[in-house]
Ligand binder design. Structure first.
Ligand code: SF4
Length: 105
């Protein structure tokens, strides 16, 4: 015979499950920017043309300057994780492409 779970105990069980399930769910959801946009695919023709990489330290592009990355680029919007050159996508703050231009101070 099933005895009903008291509301307080049910709440504690649900809170414990949520604490465990939320981090797992976050790992299963595909990476998306702060605006909920799809991350710019590396095979996007414009991204390829500009040599976009998700980790600036990995690029071998001749115009790369050490320390430059999307987060310091004038085309990057930190609040949304977007780049004005790649509408409809988010980019990695640690990314880089050859259109990088230093953000005004
Ligand atoms: Fe990143 Fe700037 Fe290139 Fe956009 S233009 S992808 S923000 S380096």
């Amino acid at each position: 015979m099933n005895t009903p779970v008291p509301p307080r105990r049910r709440f504690l069980i649900q809170a414990a499950l949520a604490t465990v399930a939320l981090p797992i769910a976050m790992r299963l959801i595909p990476e998306a920017g702060a605006a909920g946009l799809t991350r710019l695919p590396l095979d996007n023709p414009q991204a390829k043309a500009l040599g976009y990489v998700e980790d600036a330290s990995t690029t071998k592009h001749p115009s790369y300057k050490s320390g430059s990355m999307c987060s310091g680029c004038q085309f990057f919007t930190a609040a949304t994780g977007t780049c004005s050159l790649f509408a409809g996508f988010s980019v990695s703050p640690k990314g880089w492409c050859s259109a990088w231009a230093k953000k005004a101070a």
